[in-house]
Design a protein around this ligand. Structure first.
Ligand SMILES: Cc1cc2nc3c(=O)[nH]c(=O)nc-3n(C[C@H](O)[C@H](O)[C@H](O)COP(=O)(O)OP(=O)(O)OC[C@H]3O[C@@H](n4cnc5c(N)ncnc54)[C@H](O)[C@@H]3O)c2cc1C
Length: 396
């Protein structure tokens, strides 16, 4: 009897991770289906570094604003303005950016389906089946596939159903309001400057932000403390930014994972990518770049699995990611735990950001995703300055 047809891969979730994985698999000549539930705009500040724009060939029309400076604000309202030399932080609107990424995957040859993933099953012949509810007619559909990429975001159902340890994730809850920037801009608002506020009143363990997006701005904050009112804090931040009266276009929130999951695969035919794998940089909450890298690595692993049948290929997605980015994640995790722990420390943190060496290093790490080794003396100087701050030898 003829077996029903079987795809090479179903990618579940069409955000930056899933759309990238589907595009890469299609480019590798694989038969891939990108399943995404339509109708929701991902809540996101939309800030992306030049490395992402370069590596993933993002066209200029997707960049709705270019930030050429960042302002850090301390609990006592001290401000440190950091120019972004030789480049800019790009701002994307996720409504259009994600749609464009999915379109690009389709152009590369991926099939697309609008529907809500429900569960993974296995046919009697051992083949994987993805069960989903079709977005158009509400019918249950079943798709047979040789592999699955779970890229369905921070509360991944694929991870919960398939990957051991998925319940050990840690999250910050983030909330933002998208406002229309009035023609008569507030005196201290610059469309080319991101603001980052370190202040216990705005977040006890993360930070608040004001990100310009051309005609709109994203104003928000995050915290792992469930008792902390993010809405109240965002109201306060809007007040400080002079945008309390601006028209609110959207109010929305979502969890941000804070720790890569211990495993990203089920050892057989499923691998996770992006928020589903817990991959967002601690301290900064930056996730789009890492989601796209994760999508690329998941696609590479799946391609190797399909070519060789060796299920160990799936675990290589995590190994390769951690080899490249594990150290930065570790340092950022320490930074968040230490510097975001009290207002006294936040005050010191903003103060050390005045240092040109610190500015150069942190910006190179963010913009280009590398820890600069060229300037060892700068590291030594920063180490001694940090120690002086930690020991309270420096007045702020
Ligand atoms: C408020 C906020 C602000 C942020 N700001 C920034 C920022 O400025 N810069 C930055 O780099 N990162 C930021 N992040 C983090 C960033 O948004 C995420 O890390 C990134 O979107 C992860 O991409 P992803 O593809 O893994 O997941 P998502 O972008 O969450 O995509 C998941 C996709 O899966 C789909 N999906 C989910 N469940 C199902 C299902 N059952 N069936 C079918 N489809 C499903 C969803 O529709 C969605 O399209 C922010 C996050 C939040 C919450």
């Amino acid at each position: 009897m003829k077996q029903p047809s079987c795809l090479d891969c179903v990618v579940i979730g069409g955000g930056p991770a899933g759309a990238t994985a589907a595009q890469q698999l299609a480019l590798a000549g694989r038969q891939v289906l990108l399943l995404d539930k339509a109708g929701r705009i991902k809540p996101c500040g939309g800030a992306i570094p030049p490395r992402l724009i370069r590596d993933f060939a993002i066209p200029p029309e997707q960049i709705v604003a270019r930030a050429t400076a960042a302002r850090m604000v301390s609990p006592r309202a001290a401000q440190v303005d950091i120019p972004i030399e030789d480049g800019y932080v790009g701002m994307v609107d996720r409504e259009h950016f994600d749609a464009w990424l999915r379109e690009r995957a389709a152009d590369a040859g991926a099939r697309r389906a609008d529907g809500q993933f429900e569960r993974l099953e296995r046919d009697p012949d051992g083949v994987r089946v993805v069960v989903y509810r079709d977005g158009a007619d509400g019918q249950t559909r079943r798709v047979r596939t040789r592999s699955v990429v779970g890229a369905d975001g921070a509360r991944s159902q694929v991870a919960a159903q398939e990957v051991p340890g998925a319940d050990r994730g840690r999250w910050v809850y983030a909330y933002h309001e998208v406002v229309a920037v009035p023609e008569q801009r507030p005196a201290d608002y610059l469309p080319s400057r991101c603001e980052v506020h370190y202040d216990g009143r705005l977040s006890p363990d993360f930070y608040g932000w004001v990100f310009p997006h051309g005609g709109t701005a994203s104003i928000g904050t995050g915290s792992a403390d469930k008792g902390f009112s993010l809405r109240q804090a965002t109201r306060e931040l809007r007040q400080r930014a002079g945008l309390a009266e601006a028209t609110t276009l959207r109010r929305e929130g979502a969890p941000i994972p804070m720790k890569p999951l211990p495993r990203w695969d089920n050892g057989r035919d499923v691998v996770l990518a992006g928020d589903a794998a817990g991959v967002v940089a601690p301290a900064s909450g930056e996730g789009i770049y890492y989601a796209m890298v994760g999508g690329q690595l998941a696609a590479q692993s799946v391609d190797e699995l399909l070519a060789t049948g060796d299920v160990r290929a799936l675990a290589r997605a995590r190994q390769r990611f951690m080899r490249e980015h594990g150290r930065v994640f570790w340092v950022l995790g320490l930074m968040q735990r230490f510097w975001y722990a009290s207002d006294a420390r936040r005050e010191r943190f903003v103060s050390i950001c005045r240092d040109p060496d610190v500015q150069q290093l942190t910006f190179d790490a963010y913009m280009n995703k590398r820890l600069v080794r060229r300037r060892p003396m700068a590291h030594v100087r920063i180490f001694f300055k940090d120690m002086a701050h930690l020991l309270g030898l420096v007045r702020v």
